[in-house]
Ligand binder design. Structure first.
Ligand code: GLA
Length: 388
């Protein structure tokens, strides 16, 4: 595949100069959803699917981008003097945003680039194809352009670009999971402090299956920013009674004690999700440590119910995927993953039940929703890397 990408790059941009190839993964979050902007914990992992980039530095300030996933768009061009978000720039707003963000952080990029991308993450699936492009770009600026940053810096700069350049108030989870990914491990991250540990995911007789609803979503047009604002307001209301800095500071009992401070019923539900989901994530990682995969799965299921009933970010497609999964023998746990409103679910499925799972859930989904879902058995991979 890499050879094909390099051949296409040369065809489009010419063969001279030093050409390098990079890869950044996508991610799936096992549990801890909509907790990362509430000072809570998350438990994502990087995948072996992701974004490939073939790149060359330029002597001038031109930026030329091409994606093999959006060939109809052709080569999209801009310059380093013109780093502004632009709807016509389409997906290139992600690499442009990162180049801009490096400048904002004191690392002004003065040499342009030719960049060809190919991603094997299903678009709009909620497996963070955009964060993958952001981290890939950051990694190129580190490795090829010599910017003095760590992978954790790349995650933070990627999030900054998403917030400030692309206008989505996302938390740190996606960029962190991708930039800091480790094969065979999920990352238990405290988003309040950025302290993290790697937890091995040794499922032995089970696999991680991603079910893609094929309902397209983009974070920008979802209710993502609205949910975040609801949580911020709920926090302010609680802060009038107790000195906490985020909803992640509360455990279940404390929340029950202070919840009446939240003057709106919906807002109370949103905050309840943020608090309980954070506690569930802590318990889930503990369960995994004790080799209690069944408990981990049970907490995944509870996470989905909370996202459905309290946070209200699932929708009929994701509910159908999870609820049909729960009916299949050999499913240890299943829940929506990512922002919601479409995208994917993640399930832990016993090896000998995977085929039945795909068949049964696939059939029920098609009957109810009217179009097919796609299924992927995935592996946990490493963070960004240079391939050649
Ligand atoms: C998106 C955001 C993340 C996180 C999840 C929900 O993926 O980019 O920061 O908030 O939604 O858990």
């Amino acid at each position: 595949m890499q050879e094909q990408l390099v051949a296409k790059f040369k065809e489009l941009f010419g063969a001279d100069g030093e050409i390098r190839t990079y890869f950044a993964p996508g991610r799936v979050n096992m549990i801890g959803e909509h907790t990362d902007y509430n000072g809570g914990h998350v438990f994502p992992c990087a995948l072996t699917i992701g974004t490939y980039g073939v790149v060359r530095k330029r002597e001038d300030n031109r930026l030329r981008f091409y994606s093999m996933n959006f060939e109809k768009l052709g080569i999209l061009e801009s310059t380093l003097d013109d780093l502004k978000p632009d709807p016509a720039a389409d997906w290139t707003n992600y690499p442009k945003g990162v180049i801009w963000a490096f400048g904002e952080k004191g690392m002004k990029i003065t040499q342009g680039m030719d960049l060809l991308l190919f991603g094997n993450i299903p678009n709009g699936s909620g497996l963070s194809s955009s964060a993958s492009v952001e981290v890939l770009t950051g990694y190129i600026l580190k490795d090829f352009y010599g910017c003095d940053v760590t992978n954790q810096d790349i995650a933070l700069i990627g999030q900054y670009s998403e917030n400030k350049f692309n206008g989505v108030n996302c938390g740190i989870m996606d960029q962190f999971a991708i930039a800091m990914g480790k094969k065979g491990h999920a990352i238990f991250l405290d988003t309040a402090t950025l302290e993290y540990t790697y937890a091995p995911i040794e499922l032995k007789d089970a696999k991680i299956v991603i079910s893609c609803s094929n309902k397209k979503r983009g974070l920008g047009d979802s209710k993502y920013n609205e949910r975040r604002a609801e949580c911020e307001k709920a926090l302010e209301e609680i802060q009038q009674y107790v000195g906490i800095s985020s909803l992640g500071d509360l455990n279940e009992e404390e929340f029950e004690k202070f919840k009446s401070a939240i003057k709106d019923e919906d807002r109370q539900k949103r905050a309840r999700h943020a608090v309980y989901e954070n506690q569930r994530t802590i318990k889930a990682v503990e369960a995994l440590k004790n080799n209690d995969v069944e408990m981990f799965g049970k907490l995944m299921n509870e996470s989905h119910v909370s996202l459905r009933d309290d946070y209200e970010v699932t929708g009929i497609e994701l509910d159908t995927l999870a609820e049909e999964a729960w009916k299949v023998d050999g499913v240890i746990g299943s829940r929506m993953t990512g922002a919601g409103f479409g995208g994917c679910s993640v399930s832990i499925v016993k090896n000998d039940a995977v085929d039945t799972f795909i068949e049964q859930v696939g059939k029920a989904y098609k009957e109810k929703i009217g179009y097919a879902a796609d299924f992927y058995v995935v592996e946990i991979g490493d963070g960004p890397t240079r391939l050649a």
